[in-house]
Design a protein around this ligand. Structure first.
Ligand SMILES: *[C@@H]1O[C@H](CO)[C@@H](O)[C@H](O)[C@H]1NC(C)=O
Ligand SMILES: *[C@@H]1O[C@H](CO)[C@@H](O)[C@H](O)[C@H]1NC(C)=O
Ligand SMILES: *[C@@H]1O[C@H](CO)[C@@H](O)[C@H](O)[C@H]1NC(C)=O
Ligand SMILES: *[C@@H]1O[C@H](CO)[C@@H](O)[C@H](O)[C@H]1NC(C)=O
Ligand SMILES: *[C@@H]1O[C@H](CO)[C@@H](O)[C@H](O)[C@H]1NC(C)=O
Ligand SMILES: *[C@@H]1O[C@H](CO)[C@@H](O)[C@H](O)[C@H]1NC(C)=O
Ligand SMILES: *[C@@H]1O[C@H](CO)[C@@H](O)[C@H](O)[C@H]1NC(C)=O
Length: 924
């Protein structure tokens, strides 16, 4: 694990560095260059451009009419002097022009004056990014008095050589100008050129010289609308300035947003940000890996007691190669004075531990702070955890991605040693004294009977204090959201008490390793959203959700809960969602669910969305009761059809009062739907129902042995028509079976009975196999088993100890064995037919007992029927003992003549050869 992290990091770093070195390589221009006009004269270039509405561009709002021209990536080396459009503008007035990703290296005077067919007078948006510009003439932008947005990123411009004097003078309306990824070695005289742009509100520019003079000169005082300055580049190394000096921002007094992100800054002068004290609301110091918390604190000196600053970003201000950090109270020295700070991001800083003084005796976090993110640090357990609850104003906390090996519930081990003192059940009431329940062993309470007698006892509230916080997990009392994802927490969730979290509404704990969810967890009774997805959980008890009676959204997808939810394997499967009666949305996708209890969702009368996609459900067995459901996802299962009770329920939902104004949708794609007569009602419903059914374009069903596409409603209709046609005959068969006992008089009955008796195996076979019919040629790979083994009941241990080890382990065959592989719930008859049908061969282990067992004879006859119907040689008879031929029934005699017959050797030494032969026959 560790090595892969390091590797990823190294590769990533290498790529970034390699990429960064490339940025200016395109600027090595070997063509002769005339510094007045660039490399070519204007009057030779004709560009075939596209009409575009710039809808993919960020600044589309500036050009709402469709008068935009896109000439990007045409290999142009000059500004065109004629633009050819597919559909010319009637009024000839362009609003946007995109010349990005060309080879233009110079902008001559009057580059955007009107051409013969277009007027650029009203142009508002101009893209020149990703060219090779190294020269802009004085009068280049003349006439562009309405230009609001200019993108010059990724060119070869150098300050100040590439800019002739007065070039920005015409841009009186410009609001956004972007110079990222050009070479500004300093900002000397920048103000003398920029001060004309009095409407400028956003300036993007990268200082590109670790020790340059980047003071924004007095001319900037005229840019009173300048609200955002961003020095950050598009990637690492674009911005480089080691020190932010005292005077840098003395002339930009209205800036609200300042980004100094990823600039290799090592030092920010104490006074540097002082001029922004009254305005700057959003400050980004992230990714200056040498800055450190000490440097951050120094920088904030100028903003002490600021009422303006609302958000401070200081992610990754330590190098990844450094030792872990102890976060100390002095790091908050200036932050704690900030009057209105709401969000603080200190992610990726290698914080290992907090000094206790950060929380105690008084919390050092500013009281206005509501959002705190500490993601991607390395927090480890420490004494500070007992006082975290002191940071009581924090509302949203993100401590994801810690990669720590720490069990948050380890604390509760202490309660196990325990002597249970008080009346167990009393203690659950809300007014318990805080210390009382600590004496209890939470593990030994009979939670189910507590719940049965009084479900409300699961809402526990308790106040944190210094004593209590040493014993149970205590959270800040206003906390509403906690994200604690991707931290590799390997633990069970035992019965637990969490104090102070009565406001907690959203809890995200996905991508950890909570392997067993035992619960209940008390103290989170107001929780509305719980995300426990992707935890590799294998074990869920019926107590787990008892403590979350107000849950609205639950995501448990990506766990391994198939067994817990399977009513045949877990007696508690019916009650797993007890106490979730308010739930609105459940995501149970990818849980490896095979079967669901019928009553699992019985109490959920508000359920709106249920996702059961990507499980192994073959038959829909569960009941939904909510009248408000409007989204059901069962895609990616193994459903061959949906039963009528479900389709009726869904159809009723479209008329339900809660669903007024919204569509009811069923996502059905990626299921092996069967198109056969038994499913006719289902296909009718798909065609006439009001529920919106979403399939996948790759869906198909098998109809008459051929794949039939199911990619649209029209396909559904075609299936229906085809089925109606085919099923006329089939009706007859079922009618024959159904009608044999009457109605048509005795004569008819006798005739039919005789016919039925004669054909009884064929009819039974057809009856059970009715939904699985297909012809077998070319479908060999579809069999899920190599062989079905048919044997007399008393041979079970022989099968287990001899046959399975010999054929499965040594010869690598996949067997179907009734005692092991029967589908629960299906009848014996259905199981047998299914087994024969899905196995390439059927091996009959015949002895006298076998011949006397009715199910064995059933196996035998069904196998014969399948062999005839599908025209395959599938029967292999193994005579387990010598049976006198007079004892053999006639049909067996006949079969022994036609089918492959092996004899089980009496002598041990021939056993190996026998198994090899049998395996060969099966593989044939
Ligand atoms: C571009 O020029 C720089 C020096 O200015 C040189 O180091 C680099 O190798 C050149 N790149 C190419 C592709 O010529
Ligand atoms: C550059 O082009 C201008 C205009 O065509 C011309 O007058 C001047 O001589 C050229 N300069 C060079 C160095 O070629
Ligand atoms: C300008 O062009 C660059 C690409 O060079 C692009 O990343 C950026 O989003 C564009 N717009 C703005 C507002 O910077
Ligand atoms: C940086 O340039 C400004 C004028 O743009 C000047 O006032 C200042 O003294 C310079 N600083 C240094 C350290 O040279
Ligand atoms: C960052 O600044 C240091 C000097 O403080 C310099 O040695 C280093 O090369 C710079 N790194 C980058 C990527 O510019
Ligand atoms: C910042 O401004 C506030 C008023 O908004 C003022 O109280 C405080 O002293 C100023 N901070 C500094 C460092 O001047
Ligand atoms: C806190 O973060 C949330 C979600 O990231 C955001 O929606 C909200 O605006 C932030 N609140 C404040 C007060 O900054």
């Amino acid at each position: 694990m560790m090595t892969s992290h390091i590797l990823t990091y190294l590769v990533y770093t290498y790529l970034r560095v390699a990429f960064a070195n490339d940025i200016f390589e395109k600027c090595n221009n070997t063509r002769p260059f005339n510094s007045t006009i660039g490399t070519c004269l204007r009057q030779s270039t004709v560009a075939k451009c596209l009409n575009d509405n710039f809808s993919t561009y960020e600044d589309v709002k500036r050009c709402q009419n469709n008068r935009c021209i896109k000439c990007s990536n045409l290999g142009l080396s000059c500004i065109p002097d004629k633009y050819i459009l597919k559909s010319p503008f009637l009024d000839e007035k362009a609003c946007g022009l995109d010349l990005s990703q060309n080879l233009i290296d110079a902008l001559p005077d009057y580059a955007f004056k009107d051409t013969s067919n277009l007027s650029f007078l009203y142009i508002r948006v101009l893209y020149l990014n990703e060219n090779r510009l190294r020269w802009i003439s004085s009068h280049t932008f003349d006439g562009l008095s309405h230009l609001e947005y200019l993108n010059l990123t990724e060119n070869c411009l150098e300050w100040k050589d590439s800019f002739q004097t007065g070039v920005f003078m015409p841009l009186e309306a410009i609001e956004v100008i972007n110079f990222k990824r050009n070479k500004f070695f300093d900002f000397i005289d920048l103000d003398n050129e920029f001060h004309y742009m009095t409407n400028l509100s956003q300036l993007y520019i990268n200082p590109y010289n670790a020790s340059g003079n980047f003071t924004l000169g007095p001319g900037f005082r005229r840019l009173t609308k300048l609200l955002r300055i961003s020095f950050s580049g598009l990637s690492q190394n674009d911005c480089s300035v080691n020190t932010i000096t005292q005077n840098m921002f003395t002339n930009t007094l209205n800036v609200l947003e300042l980004s100094l992100r990823e600039c290799n800054i090592t030092d920010i002068d104490e006074q540097a940000l002082l001029p922004l004290n009254n305005t700057v609301a959003d400050l980004d110091l992230s990714y200056n890996k040498e800055l450190s918390f000490t440097g951050m604190n120094k920088a904030l000196k100028g903003l002490r007691y600021s009422q303006a600053l609302k958000r401070l970003r200081a992610n990754m201000i330590y190098s990844n190669l450094e030792l872990g950090i102890e976060f100390k109270e002095e790091h908050l020295e200036n932050i704690k004075t900030l009057q209105n700070i709401e969000t603080l991001n200190i992610d990726l800083n290698k914080i290992e531990i907090f000094n206790k003084k950060v929380f105690e005796p008084e919390s050092q976090w500013p009281t206005s702070l509501k959002n705190l993110t500490l993601a991607g640090n390395r927090l480890t357990a420490g004494k500070y955890m007992n006082s975290v609850f002191m940071a009581e104003h924090i509302i949203r906390l993100d401590i994801s991605r810690q990669h720590l090996d720490y069990d948050p519930f380890a604390n509760y081990g202490r309660m196990d040693k325990q002597t249970s003192l008080y009346n167990r059940h009393n203690i659950m009431y809300t007014n318990i004294s805080n210390h009382e329940f600590l004496e209890l062993n939470l593990n030994t309470i009979d939670w189910w009977s507590v719940f049965k007698t009084s479900p409300t006892t699961f809402s526990l509230t308790c106040e944190c204090d210094n004593m209590l916080s040493k014993k149970v997990m205590c959270l800040p009392k206003q906390i509403e959201t906690i994200k604690w994802r991707q931290s590799f927490i390997y633990s069970a969730i035992p019965p637990a008490v969490i104090c102070g979290a009565s406001q907690l509404k959203h809890l995200y704990m996905s991508f950890n390793l909570f392997h067993t969810w035992q619960g209940p967890v008390l103290g989170l009774s107001n929780l509305e959203l719980l995300d426990l997805s992707d935890n590799y959980c294998k074990n869920l008890t019926k107590y787990f959700f008892l403590g979350f009676p107000n849950l609205l959204v639950l995501n448990i997808s990506g766990n391994m809960l198939g067994r817990s939810f399977n009513p045949f394997k877990n007696d508690d499967a019916h009650d797993l969602f007890a106490n979730l009666q308010h739930i609105r949305t459940i995501d149970m996708s990818s849980l490896k669910i095979v079967d669901l209890s019928q009553s699992l969702f019985r109490d959920m009368t508000y359920l709106e969305k249920l996702n059961l996609s990507n499980n192994y459900i073959t038959t829909w067995t569960t009941d939904l009761r909510s009248p408000c459901l409007y989204h059901l996802d069962v895609s990616g299962n193994k459903l061959s059809t949906l039963p009528e009770n479900l389709t009726t329920y869904l159809e009723n939902l479209t008329r339900s009062a809660c669903n007024k104004g919204r569509n009811v949708t069923l996502v059905l794609g990626n299921n092996p739907l069967v198109c056969s007569c038994k499913q006719l009602p289902f296909w009718k419903w798909l065609n006439v129902g009001k529920v919106q059914v979403h399939g996948k374009s790759t869906d198909f069903c098998t109809l008459n042995g051929n794949p039939f596409p199911l990619s649209s409603m029209a396909d559904y209709r075609r299936v229906l028509l085809a089925l109606k046609d085919i099923c006329k005959d089939r009706y007859w068969v079922s009618w024959v079976i159904g009608a044999s006992s009457g109605m048509f008089g005795i004569l008819m009955t006798i005739c039919v009975t005789i016919a039925l008796y004669k054909n009884r195996w064929k009819l039974r076979y057809m009856y059970y196999n009715r939904k699985r019919r297909h012809t077998h040629q070319g479908f060999e790979c579809l069999f899920s088993n190599d062989a079905m083994i048919s044997y007399a009941k008393d041979r079970a241990s022989f099968i287990k100890n001899k046959v399975v080890p010999a054929l499965e382990n040594i010869h690598q065959l996949k067997l179907w064995v009734a005692d092991r592989d029967s589908m629960p719930g299906a009848s014996v008859a259905e199981n047998i037919v299914h087994a024969i049908y899905s196995s390439r061969k059927t091996v009959l282990l015949v002895d006298e007992k076998y011949l006397n067992s009715s199910w064995c004879v059933y196996d035998l006859n069904m196998a014969r029927q399948e062999s005839v119907e599908s025209n395959r040689n599938l029967i292999i008879v193994v005579m387990m003992e010598r049976i006198p031929s007079m004892k053999l029934p006639l049909n067996i005699m006949r079969m022994l003549r036609n089918e492959i017959v092996l004899e089980y050797p009496e002598n041990e030494q021939y056993l190996d050869a026998f198994w090899t032969n049998l395996a060969l026959e099966i593989n044939k």
